[in-house]
Design a binder for this molecule. Structure first.
Ligand SMILES: Cc1cc2nc3c(=O)[nH]c(=O)nc-3n(C[C@H](O)[C@H](O)[C@H](O)COP(=O)(O)OP(=O)(O)OC[C@H]3O[C@@H](n4cnc5c(N)ncnc54)[C@H](O)[C@@H]3O)c2cc1C
Length: 492
């Protein structure tokens, strides 16, 4: 089937689903995106509440640097992203340690002298990986064809890429140890804090190559999407519509109809039924399998099942509070030295000049911390009091860590709502509110877009290369590539 004759349904208007949909609509396919909520973006949405526009989860715009995945996507789809560069990606604070993460890494090296060689190696490795990614390398390697493509595009074209082999099976901690940096607990904690937010695990478990890319994010340049991170999703949705497609809101997909290994259509909770030649599920594998009729997708388990959810606070705070900070984002590790579960937090305020984001004199602030979902769902089962108590305790823990660095923080708060893993499940449709993407512990055994249905594919941060805007856009390209291959073979 020619792609221009294909009728493609996308379940979910997260960045992965929208990017895949927009790329396909740009190639002339008839694309319809079905989104349960009344706005796009999922984990990277901006939502309205009480006069504020809060970023729901993602707050840092990365991958928009020249040649980055978002930049390339914008060029291909003729989207002018509305962005402001952020000279300091974020400020890092851990007790008395305090510095900004910027393109030069100067402040990191000043605080941790002796790490230059590590950063030089990291930078070279990340540069190589970006080049390979731009070459459209197929990963995970599943077939001889994939492997041949990898070798041709990567290894034979770039002799230096043989260096990747050295790192492929190492942990980030092994890599730190090879530079003798494991001896500095403050440096290891700093690296762990970066890895937890970017690859969902810490140095002892994270794969060294994944870590090299993750540690590159602040230095390749970060940006502030004007109007909030949700602007990215809105622009992608508009691109789909411009190319003749549709993004339909309030459409919860509840059933997938199939004949043998072919999906033939989709049903929504409002009684809608849609025929499909191909379907892209912008869902976690467990959320897909929970849809009636998709149990048969019987997605093989990977070792990298997602486990983290998030606890978030959405605050209205006095604008003046943020005025003298080097960045509108601050990452804080509390004095216990522990990470996640309220012990380390990522604080992002809306830019001071974006008046539409908050009432006069205030800013819309998102604070997030990694949270294991199990306890929250148990508390919910125990009843509203247990759930409320847990929410209160976690809020207090987050304020405790915030106040260690900013003792006056509580006085600046004018509005507060909390988002628990239960709320994350409700607003993203992700089972157990697992929003972090998978823990990047190994390059191998990661998930690709394929499912047990020939014409149903995954997109989003459950597939390689995982979470973040550039991550899911890179994954979406792989999804689109596979769908195009199948279409060219005459499927469905
Ligand atoms: C707290 C937090 C902070 C983050 N910070 C950053 C950051 O600063 N920078 C960055 O680049 N990344 C960040 N990320 C990661 C990034 O947000 C995600 O990796 C990415 O947005 C995930 O996109 P996705 O395509 O997987 O879809 P999702 O965001 O999961 O979207 C899926 C969509 O599908 C819809 N849906 C689900 N089920 C159904 C159904 N049955 N029918 C119809 N629709 C359905 C949902 O409503 C949702 O809109 C952060 C994530 C979190 C949680």
């Amino acid at each position: 089937m020619h792609i221009q004759e294909a009728n493609i349904l996308v379940i979910g208007a997260g960045i992965g689903g929208l990017a895949a949909g927009a790329l396909l609509a740009g190639k002339g396919a008839a694309v319809t995106v079905l989104e349960e909520q009344c706005y796009p973006g999922g984990c990277a949405a901006t939502f309205s509440s009480s006069g504020y526009r809060f970023d729901a989860g993602a707050t840092v715009g990365c991958g928009f640097h020249p040649g980055g995945p978002m930049d390339e996507l914008g060029k291909e789809l003729d989207i002018a992203w509305l962005l402001k560069p952020e000279p300091v990606a974020w400020e890092y604070r851990d007790r008395h340690i305090r510095f900004g993460l910027s393109a030069s890494r100067a402040e990191i090296i000043e605080r941790f002298p002796g790490t230059e060689a590590f950063w030089k190696e990291q930078s070279a490795l990340a540069g190589l990986l970006w080049k390979l990614a731009r070459g459209g390398v197929s990963w995970p390697v599943k077939s001889p064809r994939d492997l041949a493509e990898l070798l041709q595009k990567g290894f034979s074209g770039m002799p230096a890429s043989a260096r990747l082999l050295k790192f492929a099976s190492k942990s980030a901690f092994d890599w730190l140890s090879s530079h003798n940096l494991q001896r500095d607990p403050d440096f290891v904690r700093f690296i762990d804090a970066q890895l937890l937010v970017s690859v969902q695990t810490t140095s002892r478990h994270a794969n060294a190559i994944n870590a090299a890319i993750a540690l590159d994010l602040p230095s390749s340049g970060t940006f502030s999407p004007i109007g909030g991170i949700g602007t990215v999703a809105s622009l992608l949705a508009r691109s789909i519509e411009k190319n003749g497609g549709a993004v339909l809101y309030g459409k919860k997909v509840i059933r997938i109809d199939s004949v043998r290994r072919q999906v033939i259509g989709i049903e929504t909770s409002d009684g809608g039924a849609y025929a499909a030649d191909f379907v892209i599920a912008n869902l976690t594998p467990s959320s897909l399998a929970a849809i009636e009729g998709a149990e048969a997708a019987a997605l093989p388990e990977t070792s990298a099942a997602p486990s983290w959810s998030a606890f978030t606070l959405y605050l209205g705070m006095d604008s003046a509070f943020f005025e003298n900070l080097p960045s509108r984002h601050v990452q804080i590790v509390g004095s216990s030295g522990e990470l996640a579960e309220g012990n380390s937090i990522f604080v992002s305020a809306s830019p001071g000049d974006e008046t539409g984001r908050a009432p006069a004199g205030l800013r819309a602030v998102t604070i997030s911390t990694h949270a294991m979902p199990g306890g929250w769902f148990d508390a919910l089962k125990r009843g509203p009091d247990a759930y409320r108590e847990m929410k209160h305790a976690c809020t207090e823990k987050v304020f405790g860590v915030l106040s260690e660095q900013f003792p006056e923080a509580r006085d600046a708060v004018r509005f507060l709502i909390a988002g628990t893993p239960v709320a994350w499940e409700r607003f993203t449709g992700r089972l157990n509110g697992c929003v972090g993407g998978y823990a990047q512990t190994s390059l191998f055994g990661v998930r690709g877009p394929e499912t047990q249905f020939d014409n149903l594919f995954l997109a989003g941060d459950s597939i390689f290369p995982g979470q973040s805007l550039p991550g899911v856009v890179t994954g979406a390209r792989r999804t689109v590539g596979l769908l195009m291959q199948r279409s060219a073979k005459g499927m469905p």
